[in-house]
Design a protein around this ligand. Sequence first.
Ligand code: ACO
Length: 429
Amino acid sequence: MPENAKLVLEGKEYELPVVTGTENEKAVDITRLRDLSGYITLDSGYKNTGATVSKITYLDGENGILRYRGYPIEQLAERSTFLEVAYLLIYGELPTRSQLDEFDNNIRRHTLIHEDMKRFYQAYPTYAHPMGVVASVTCSLSTFYPESLNPNRPWEKINLTITRILAKFPTIAAWAYNNSIGHPVNYPKNKYSYVENFLHMMFSKPTEEYEPDPVVVNALDKLLILHADHEQNCSTSTVRLVGSSQANLYGSIAAGCIALWGPLHGGANQAVIEMLDQIHADGGNVQKYVEKAKDKNDPFRLMGFGHRVYKNFDPRAKIIKKACDDVLNKLGIHDPVLDIAKKLEEVALQDEYFVERKLYPNVDFYSGIIYRAIGIPVDMFTVMFALGRLPGWIAQWKEMVENKEPIGRPRQIYTGAAKRDYVNIAERG
Ligand code: ACO
Protein backbone atom coordinates (compact mmCIF):
# COMPACT_ATOMS: atom_id res chain seq x y z
CA MET A 1 0.00 0.00 0.00
CA PRO A 2 1.77 3.22 -1.08
CA GLU A 3 2.13 5.89 1.57
CA ASN A 4 0.79 9.36 1.02
CA ALA A 5 1.92 12.63 2.60
CA LYS A 6 -0.67 14.98 4.01
CA LEU A 7 -0.28 18.72 3.63
CA VAL A 8 -2.63 21.25 5.20
CA LEU A 9 -2.89 24.63 3.48
CA GLU A 10 -5.35 27.26 4.62
CA GLY A 11 -7.22 24.60 6.55
CA LYS A 12 -7.61 22.27 3.60
CA GLU A 13 -5.86 18.90 3.53
CA TYR A 14 -4.11 17.58 0.43
CA GLU A 15 -2.78 14.07 -0.06
CA LEU A 16 0.42 13.85 -2.01
CA PRO A 17 2.03 10.61 -3.20
CA VAL A 18 5.33 9.52 -1.66
CA VAL A 19 7.99 8.13 -3.98
CA THR A 20 10.50 5.65 -2.51
CA GLY A 21 13.90 4.91 -4.07
CA THR A 22 15.89 1.66 -4.11
CA GLU A 23 17.72 2.59 -0.90
CA ASN A 24 14.54 3.82 0.78
CA GLU A 25 15.10 7.49 -0.03
CA LYS A 26 11.76 9.28 0.15
CA ALA A 27 10.26 12.14 -1.79
CA VAL A 28 6.91 13.85 -1.69
CA ASP A 29 5.65 14.09 -5.26
CA ILE A 30 4.31 17.63 -5.61
CA THR A 31 3.68 17.46 -9.37
CA ARG A 32 -0.05 18.14 -8.91
CA LEU A 33 0.19 20.47 -5.90
CA ARG A 34 -0.32 23.69 -7.86
CA ASP A 35 -3.28 22.30 -9.79
CA LEU A 36 -4.88 21.13 -6.56
CA SER A 37 -4.09 24.06 -4.27
CA GLY A 38 -2.57 26.97 -6.20
CA TYR A 39 0.64 26.58 -4.19
CA ILE A 40 4.12 25.85 -5.51
CA THR A 41 7.13 24.82 -3.45
CA LEU A 42 10.08 27.17 -3.04
CA ASP A 43 13.62 25.85 -2.72
CA SER A 44 16.40 28.23 -3.73
CA GLY A 45 19.42 26.34 -5.11
CA TYR A 46 17.27 23.16 -5.25
CA LYS A 47 18.78 22.10 -1.94
CA ASN A 48 15.85 19.82 -1.22
CA THR A 49 14.31 19.24 -4.61
CA GLY A 50 14.53 16.07 -6.67
CA ALA A 51 14.41 17.02 -10.35
CA THR A 52 14.07 13.46 -11.59
CA VAL A 53 14.08 9.79 -10.70
CA SER A 54 17.24 8.17 -12.02
CA LYS A 55 18.78 4.70 -12.27
CA ILE A 56 22.34 5.88 -12.84
CA THR A 57 24.10 6.96 -9.65
CA TYR A 58 23.34 6.46 -5.98
CA LEU A 59 24.83 8.97 -3.60
CA ASP A 60 24.37 9.00 0.17
CA GLY A 61 26.12 12.13 1.37
CA GLU A 62 25.48 11.45 5.06
CA ASN A 63 27.27 8.11 4.92
CA GLY A 64 29.83 8.89 2.21
CA ILE A 65 28.49 6.31 -0.30
CA LEU A 66 28.78 6.60 -4.08
CA ARG A 67 27.73 3.88 -6.52
CA TYR A 68 27.43 3.87 -10.31
CA ARG A 69 24.59 1.58 -11.44
CA GLY A 70 24.86 -0.15 -8.06
CA TYR A 71 28.63 -0.75 -8.15
CA PRO A 72 30.60 0.90 -5.29
CA ILE A 73 33.00 3.59 -6.50
CA GLU A 74 35.82 1.96 -4.52
CA GLN A 75 35.49 -1.29 -6.52
CA LEU A 76 35.24 0.50 -9.85
CA ALA A 77 38.27 2.70 -9.09
CA GLU A 78 40.29 -0.34 -8.03
CA ARG A 79 39.30 -2.87 -10.69
CA SER A 80 37.72 -1.18 -13.67
CA THR A 81 38.80 1.19 -16.45
CA PHE A 82 37.37 4.53 -17.48
CA LEU A 83 35.94 3.22 -20.75
CA GLU A 84 34.32 0.30 -18.96
CA VAL A 85 32.77 2.73 -16.48
CA ALA A 86 31.65 4.99 -19.35
CA TYR A 87 29.89 2.00 -20.95
CA LEU A 88 28.33 1.07 -17.61
CA LEU A 89 26.99 4.56 -17.00
CA ILE A 90 25.66 5.08 -20.51
CA TYR A 91 24.27 1.61 -21.26
CA GLY A 92 23.38 0.44 -17.75
CA GLU A 93 25.45 -2.76 -17.43
CA LEU A 94 29.12 -3.68 -17.33
CA PRO A 95 30.16 -4.63 -20.88
CA THR A 96 31.15 -8.13 -21.91
CA ARG A 97 34.64 -8.45 -23.41
CA SER A 98 33.30 -8.19 -26.97
CA GLN A 99 31.01 -5.24 -26.13
CA LEU A 100 33.94 -3.39 -24.55
CA ASP A 101 36.22 -4.15 -27.51
CA GLU A 102 33.62 -2.84 -29.93
CA PHE A 103 33.00 0.28 -27.82
CA ASP A 104 36.75 0.93 -27.55
CA ASN A 105 37.36 0.34 -31.28
CA ASN A 106 34.51 2.65 -32.27
CA ILE A 107 35.93 5.37 -30.07
CA ARG A 108 39.43 4.90 -31.50
CA ARG A 109 38.00 5.29 -35.02
CA HIS A 110 36.31 8.64 -34.29
CA THR A 111 39.03 10.58 -32.49
CA LEU A 112 39.88 12.93 -35.35
CA ILE A 113 38.06 16.22 -35.53
CA HIS A 114 37.20 17.86 -38.83
CA GLU A 115 40.26 19.58 -40.26
CA ASP A 116 38.28 22.82 -40.65
CA MET A 117 37.80 22.91 -36.87
CA LYS A 118 41.55 23.19 -36.49
CA ARG A 119 41.22 26.73 -37.79
CA PHE A 120 39.02 27.64 -34.80
CA TYR A 121 42.01 27.08 -32.57
CA GLN A 122 44.14 29.45 -34.59
CA ALA A 123 41.54 32.17 -33.98
CA TYR A 124 41.56 31.88 -30.18
CA PRO A 125 44.13 33.96 -28.35
CA THR A 126 46.79 31.84 -26.63
CA TYR A 127 45.65 33.29 -23.30
CA ALA A 128 42.09 31.93 -23.81
CA HIS A 129 40.94 29.82 -20.86
CA PRO A 130 40.77 26.25 -22.22
CA MET A 131 37.30 25.70 -20.73
CA GLY A 132 35.95 28.48 -22.97
CA VAL A 133 37.66 26.89 -25.97
CA VAL A 134 36.53 23.36 -25.12
CA ALA A 135 32.90 24.39 -24.59
CA SER A 136 32.83 26.38 -27.84
CA VAL A 137 34.44 23.67 -29.96
CA THR A 138 32.20 21.00 -28.41
CA CYS A 139 29.14 23.05 -29.32
CA SER A 140 30.56 23.53 -32.82
CA LEU A 141 30.48 19.76 -33.38
CA SER A 142 26.73 20.23 -33.87
CA THR A 143 27.46 22.40 -36.92
CA PHE A 144 29.63 19.69 -38.49
CA TYR A 145 27.16 16.89 -37.74
CA PRO A 146 23.79 18.56 -38.46
CA GLU A 147 21.96 15.21 -38.20
CA SER A 148 22.65 15.42 -34.44
CA LEU A 149 20.16 18.31 -34.26
CA ASN A 150 17.25 15.89 -34.51
CA PRO A 151 16.69 14.27 -31.12
CA ASN A 152 14.05 11.91 -32.50
CA ARG A 153 16.43 9.70 -34.45
CA PRO A 154 16.75 5.94 -34.06
CA TRP A 155 19.09 4.95 -31.23
CA GLU A 156 21.84 3.61 -33.49
CA LYS A 157 22.17 7.12 -34.93
CA ILE A 158 22.17 8.71 -31.49
CA ASN A 159 24.81 6.17 -30.45
CA LEU A 160 27.04 7.46 -33.23
CA THR A 161 26.73 10.97 -31.78
CA ILE A 162 27.60 9.53 -28.36
CA THR A 163 30.65 7.72 -29.79
CA ARG A 164 31.75 10.88 -31.57
CA ILE A 165 31.61 13.12 -28.53
CA LEU A 166 33.40 10.55 -26.34
CA ALA A 167 36.08 10.06 -29.01
CA LYS A 168 36.61 13.69 -29.95
CA PHE A 169 36.49 15.31 -26.53
CA PRO A 170 40.10 14.35 -25.58
CA THR A 171 41.27 15.72 -28.95
CA ILE A 172 39.32 18.95 -28.42
CA ALA A 173 40.73 19.29 -24.90
CA ALA A 174 44.36 18.50 -25.77
CA TRP A 175 44.28 20.88 -28.74
CA ALA A 176 43.09 23.68 -26.46
CA TYR A 177 46.25 23.08 -24.42
CA ASN A 178 48.54 22.83 -27.49
CA ASN A 179 47.12 26.14 -28.68
CA SER A 180 47.56 27.81 -25.31
CA ILE A 181 51.32 27.18 -25.43
CA GLY A 182 51.63 28.12 -29.08
CA HIS A 183 52.53 24.59 -30.21
CA PRO A 184 51.20 22.65 -33.19
CA VAL A 185 48.35 20.31 -32.36
CA ASN A 186 49.03 16.57 -32.07
CA TYR A 187 46.80 14.23 -34.04
CA PRO A 188 45.31 11.24 -32.19
CA LYS A 189 46.86 7.80 -32.74
CA ASN A 190 44.67 4.73 -32.87
CA LYS A 191 47.29 2.50 -31.26
CA TYR A 192 46.77 4.26 -27.94
CA SER A 193 44.14 3.65 -25.28
CA TYR A 194 41.78 6.50 -24.36
CA VAL A 195 43.99 7.93 -21.62
CA GLU A 196 47.29 7.25 -23.43
CA ASN A 197 45.96 9.02 -26.50
CA PHE A 198 44.98 12.06 -24.46
CA LEU A 199 48.43 12.21 -22.84
CA HIS A 200 50.11 11.78 -26.23
CA MET A 201 48.05 14.64 -27.72
CA MET A 202 48.83 16.82 -24.71
CA PHE A 203 52.54 16.22 -24.44
CA SER A 204 54.04 14.89 -27.70
CA LYS A 205 56.23 17.40 -29.54
CA PRO A 206 57.19 17.39 -33.22
CA THR A 207 60.68 16.80 -31.88
CA GLU A 208 59.84 14.01 -29.45
CA GLU A 209 56.89 11.67 -29.02
CA TYR A 210 55.56 11.36 -25.48
CA GLU A 211 55.90 7.88 -24.01
CA PRO A 212 52.85 7.25 -21.82
CA ASP A 213 54.02 6.19 -18.34
CA PRO A 214 51.82 3.34 -16.99
CA VAL A 215 51.82 4.90 -13.49
CA VAL A 216 50.53 8.16 -14.89
CA VAL A 217 48.04 6.44 -17.22
CA ASN A 218 46.69 4.40 -14.33
CA ALA A 219 46.33 7.40 -12.00
CA LEU A 220 44.60 9.47 -14.65
CA ASP A 221 42.27 6.61 -15.56
CA LYS A 222 41.31 6.36 -11.88
CA LEU A 223 40.73 10.10 -11.60
CA LEU A 224 38.44 10.02 -14.62
CA ILE A 225 36.47 7.13 -13.09
CA LEU A 226 36.04 9.08 -9.84
CA HIS A 227 34.68 12.08 -11.74
CA ALA A 228 32.49 10.12 -14.16
CA ASP A 229 29.12 10.85 -12.56
CA HIS A 230 27.72 12.46 -9.46
CA GLU A 231 23.96 12.46 -9.96
CA GLN A 232 22.10 15.77 -10.21
CA ASN A 233 24.91 18.28 -9.59
CA CYS A 234 25.00 21.74 -11.19
CA SER A 235 26.53 20.75 -14.55
CA THR A 236 24.57 17.50 -14.89
CA SER A 237 21.31 19.24 -14.09
CA THR A 238 22.29 21.81 -16.71
CA VAL A 239 22.84 19.09 -19.31
CA ARG A 240 19.44 17.56 -18.52
CA LEU A 241 17.70 20.94 -18.44
CA VAL A 242 19.18 22.14 -21.72
CA GLY A 243 18.58 18.73 -23.30
CA SER A 244 14.97 18.74 -22.11
CA SER A 245 14.19 21.42 -24.70
CA GLN A 246 15.33 18.81 -27.26
CA ALA A 247 18.55 20.72 -27.86
CA ASN A 248 21.19 18.47 -29.38
CA LEU A 249 23.69 16.45 -27.34
CA TYR A 250 26.77 18.50 -28.34
CA GLY A 251 25.09 21.75 -27.29
CA SER A 252 23.83 20.21 -24.05
CA ILE A 253 27.34 18.96 -23.18
CA ALA A 254 28.79 22.39 -24.03
CA ALA A 255 26.30 23.93 -21.58
CA GLY A 256 27.42 21.38 -18.98
CA CYS A 257 31.04 22.48 -19.54
CA ILE A 258 30.13 26.09 -18.80
CA ALA A 259 28.25 25.13 -15.63
CA LEU A 260 31.24 23.05 -14.55
CA TRP A 261 33.65 25.94 -15.15
CA GLY A 262 32.58 27.94 -12.08
CA PRO A 263 34.90 27.88 -9.03
CA LEU A 264 32.13 26.56 -6.79
CA HIS A 265 31.84 23.46 -9.00
CA GLY A 266 34.47 22.01 -11.34
CA GLY A 267 36.59 25.13 -11.15
CA ALA A 268 37.32 24.25 -7.53
CA ASN A 269 40.31 22.02 -8.44
CA GLN A 270 42.04 25.02 -10.01
CA ALA A 271 41.05 27.19 -7.04
CA VAL A 272 42.48 24.59 -4.62
CA ILE A 273 45.95 24.60 -6.16
CA GLU A 274 45.94 28.40 -6.37
CA MET A 275 44.98 28.54 -2.70
CA LEU A 276 47.67 26.02 -1.69
CA ASP A 277 50.28 27.93 -3.70
CA GLN A 278 49.17 31.15 -2.03
CA ILE A 279 49.52 29.60 1.44
CA HIS A 280 52.94 28.22 0.48
CA ALA A 281 54.12 31.59 -0.87
CA ASP A 282 52.85 33.24 2.31
CA GLY A 283 55.14 31.10 4.48
CA GLY A 284 52.90 28.03 4.90
CA ASN A 285 50.92 29.34 7.87
CA VAL A 286 47.95 26.98 7.59
CA GLN A 287 46.25 28.18 10.77
CA LYS A 288 46.09 31.74 9.41
CA TYR A 289 44.06 30.53 6.41
CA VAL A 290 41.80 28.36 8.52
CA GLU A 291 41.01 31.48 10.57
CA LYS A 292 40.39 33.50 7.40
CA ALA A 293 37.97 30.81 6.15
CA LYS A 294 36.03 31.00 9.42
CA ASP A 295 35.83 34.80 9.41
CA LYS A 296 32.43 35.79 8.03
CA ASN A 297 33.78 39.23 7.08
CA ASP A 298 36.45 37.65 4.92
CA PRO A 299 35.28 36.24 1.56
CA PHE A 300 38.03 33.58 1.68
CA ARG A 301 36.81 29.97 1.78
CA LEU A 302 38.85 26.82 2.05
CA MET A 303 38.59 25.63 -1.52
CA GLY A 304 38.18 21.87 -1.82
CA PHE A 305 36.31 21.78 1.48
CA GLY A 306 32.61 21.26 1.89
CA HIS A 307 30.07 19.82 -0.46
CA ARG A 308 26.42 20.39 -1.13
CA VAL A 309 25.61 16.73 -0.63
CA TYR A 310 28.45 15.10 1.33
CA LYS A 311 28.18 15.75 5.02
CA ASN A 312 30.76 13.06 5.62
CA PHE A 313 34.09 12.26 3.99
CA ASP A 314 33.75 12.36 0.19
CA PRO A 315 34.59 8.70 -0.68
CA ARG A 316 36.37 9.91 -3.82
CA ALA A 317 38.67 12.13 -1.75
CA LYS A 318 39.89 9.06 0.19
CA ILE A 319 40.74 7.19 -3.04
CA ILE A 320 42.40 10.25 -4.57
CA LYS A 321 44.50 10.94 -1.50
CA LYS A 322 46.03 7.48 -1.83
CA ALA A 323 46.46 7.78 -5.62
CA CYS A 324 48.16 11.11 -5.03
CA ASP A 325 50.71 9.56 -2.66
CA ASP A 326 51.32 6.70 -5.14
CA VAL A 327 51.90 8.98 -8.12
CA LEU A 328 54.21 11.36 -6.29
CA ASN A 329 56.18 8.45 -4.79
CA LYS A 330 56.48 6.58 -8.07
CA LEU A 331 57.44 9.70 -10.02
CA GLY A 332 59.81 10.74 -7.24
CA ILE A 333 58.24 14.19 -6.94
CA HIS A 334 58.19 16.16 -3.72
CA ASP A 335 55.51 18.83 -4.01
CA PRO A 336 55.54 21.14 -0.99
CA VAL A 337 51.86 21.96 -1.48
CA LEU A 338 51.06 18.32 -0.69
CA ASP A 339 52.47 18.88 2.80
CA ILE A 340 50.36 22.03 3.10
CA ALA A 341 47.28 20.17 1.87
CA LYS A 342 47.78 17.41 4.45
CA LYS A 343 48.34 19.92 7.26
CA LEU A 344 45.33 21.96 6.21
CA GLU A 345 43.17 18.86 6.19
CA GLU A 346 44.43 17.85 9.62
CA VAL A 347 43.84 21.30 11.15
CA ALA A 348 40.44 21.82 9.55
CA LEU A 349 39.17 18.35 10.50
CA GLN A 350 39.82 19.13 14.16
CA ASP A 351 38.47 22.66 14.09
CA GLU A 352 35.03 23.12 15.64
CA TYR A 353 33.84 25.39 12.78
CA PHE A 354 34.47 22.68 10.18
CA VAL A 355 33.37 19.79 12.38
CA GLU A 356 30.08 21.50 13.28
CA ARG A 357 29.29 22.28 9.64
CA LYS A 358 30.42 18.82 8.50
CA LEU A 359 32.94 20.31 6.07
CA TYR A 360 35.27 17.60 4.77
CA PRO A 361 37.76 17.62 1.89
CA ASN A 362 35.98 16.96 -1.40
CA VAL A 363 37.20 15.21 -4.56
CA ASP A 364 39.01 18.32 -5.74
CA PHE A 365 41.17 18.76 -2.72
CA TYR A 366 43.84 16.32 -3.95
CA SER A 367 43.13 15.96 -7.68
CA GLY A 368 45.04 19.14 -8.58
CA ILE A 369 48.20 17.81 -6.96
CA ILE A 370 48.06 14.71 -9.17
CA TYR A 371 47.34 16.77 -12.28
CA ARG A 372 50.29 18.99 -11.52
CA ALA A 373 52.59 15.99 -10.98
CA ILE A 374 51.52 14.66 -14.38
CA GLY A 375 52.43 18.01 -15.94
CA ILE A 376 48.92 19.29 -16.57
CA PRO A 377 48.77 23.06 -16.11
CA VAL A 378 46.36 24.60 -13.64
CA ASP A 379 43.93 26.11 -16.11
CA MET A 380 43.46 22.65 -17.69
CA PHE A 381 42.27 21.14 -14.39
CA THR A 382 38.61 21.86 -14.99
CA VAL A 383 38.97 20.46 -18.50
CA MET A 384 40.22 17.24 -16.89
CA PHE A 385 37.12 17.19 -14.73
CA ALA A 386 34.96 17.69 -17.83
CA LEU A 387 36.74 14.79 -19.56
CA GLY A 388 35.91 12.56 -16.60
CA ARG A 389 32.32 13.81 -16.25
CA LEU A 390 31.53 13.38 -19.95
CA PRO A 391 30.08 9.82 -19.72
CA GLY A 392 27.93 10.89 -16.79
CA TRP A 393 26.53 13.83 -18.72
CA ILE A 394 25.84 11.56 -21.69
CA ALA A 395 24.19 8.89 -19.53
CA GLN A 396 21.99 11.46 -17.80
CA TRP A 397 21.03 13.09 -21.10
CA LYS A 398 20.22 9.66 -22.59
CA GLU A 399 18.11 8.69 -19.59
CA MET A 400 16.21 11.98 -19.82
CA VAL A 401 15.50 11.40 -23.52
CA GLU A 402 14.51 7.75 -22.99
CA ASN A 403 12.17 8.70 -20.15
CA LYS A 404 10.60 11.33 -22.41
CA GLU A 405 10.93 13.86 -19.61
CA PRO A 406 9.09 17.14 -20.17
CA ILE A 407 10.92 20.40 -20.75
CA GLY A 408 12.42 21.66 -17.49
CA ARG A 409 10.81 24.87 -16.41
CA PRO A 410 10.89 25.89 -12.73
CA ARG A 411 8.39 28.38 -11.34
CA GLN A 412 9.00 31.36 -9.10
CA ILE A 413 7.36 33.58 -6.53
CA TYR A 414 7.38 37.11 -7.87
CA THR A 415 8.42 39.75 -5.31
CA GLY A 416 8.92 42.77 -7.61
CA ALA A 417 6.79 45.88 -8.01
CA ALA A 418 3.00 45.51 -8.21
CA LYS A 419 1.26 46.73 -11.34
CA ARG A 420 2.00 50.39 -12.09
CA ASP A 421 1.49 52.67 -15.07
CA TYR A 422 4.17 53.76 -17.49
CA VAL A 423 5.50 57.29 -16.87
CA ASN A 424 6.78 59.41 -19.76
CA ILE A 425 10.50 60.21 -19.49
CA ALA A 426 9.92 63.97 -19.15
CA GLU A 427 7.74 63.39 -16.10
CA ARG A 428 10.19 61.10 -14.23
CA GLY A 429 11.67 63.48 -11.60
N1 ACO B 1 35.24 27.24 3.78
C1 ACO B 1 34.68 27.89 4.84
N2 ACO B 1 33.38 27.83 5.18
C2 ACO B 1 32.59 27.05 4.41
C3 ACO B 1 33.09 26.33 3.30
C4 ACO B 1 34.46 26.43 3.00
N3 ACO B 1 34.97 25.76 1.96
N4 ACO B 1 32.08 25.64 2.73
C5 ACO B 1 30.98 25.91 3.45
N5 ACO B 1 31.28 26.76 4.47
C6 ACO B 1 30.37 27.25 5.52
C7 ACO B 1 29.46 28.36 4.99
O1 ACO B 1 30.03 29.64 5.21
C8 ACO B 1 28.21 28.13 5.80
O2 ACO B 1 28.45 28.62 7.09
P1 ACO B 1 27.23 29.27 7.96
O3 ACO B 1 26.26 28.14 8.14
O4 ACO B 1 27.86 29.74 9.20
O5 ACO B 1 26.70 30.39 7.11
C9 ACO B 1 28.13 26.61 5.95
O6 ACO B 1 29.50 26.16 5.84
C10 ACO B 1 27.30 25.93 4.86
O7 ACO B 1 27.84 26.31 3.58
P2 ACO B 1 26.94 26.63 2.30
O8 ACO B 1 27.71 27.52 1.38
O9 ACO B 1 25.59 27.07 2.73
O10 ACO B 1 26.82 25.19 1.67
P3 ACO B 1 26.41 24.86 0.20
O11 ACO B 1 25.91 23.47 0.20
O12 ACO B 1 25.55 25.93 -0.39
O13 ACO B 1 27.82 24.95 -0.60
C11 ACO B 1 29.90 24.41 -1.54
C12 ACO B 1 28.60 23.87 -0.92
C13 ACO B 1 29.58 25.40 -2.67
C14 ACO B 1 30.67 23.24 -2.15
C15 ACO B 1 30.74 25.10 -0.43
O14 ACO B 1 31.05 24.16 0.59
C16 ACO B 1 32.01 25.75 -0.98
O15 ACO B 1 31.97 26.90 -1.45
N6 ACO B 1 33.17 24.99 -0.95
C17 ACO B 1 34.39 25.51 -1.52
C18 ACO B 1 34.35 25.33 -3.04
C19 ACO B 1 34.54 23.90 -3.45
O16 ACO B 1 35.43 23.19 -2.97
N7 ACO B 1 33.71 23.46 -4.42
C20 ACO B 1 33.79 22.10 -4.98
C21 ACO B 1 32.58 21.33 -4.66
S1 ACO B 1 32.77 19.68 -5.19
C22 ACO B 1 32.48 19.69 -6.82
O17 ACO B 1 31.78 20.49 -7.40
C23 ACO B 1 33.13 18.66 -7.51
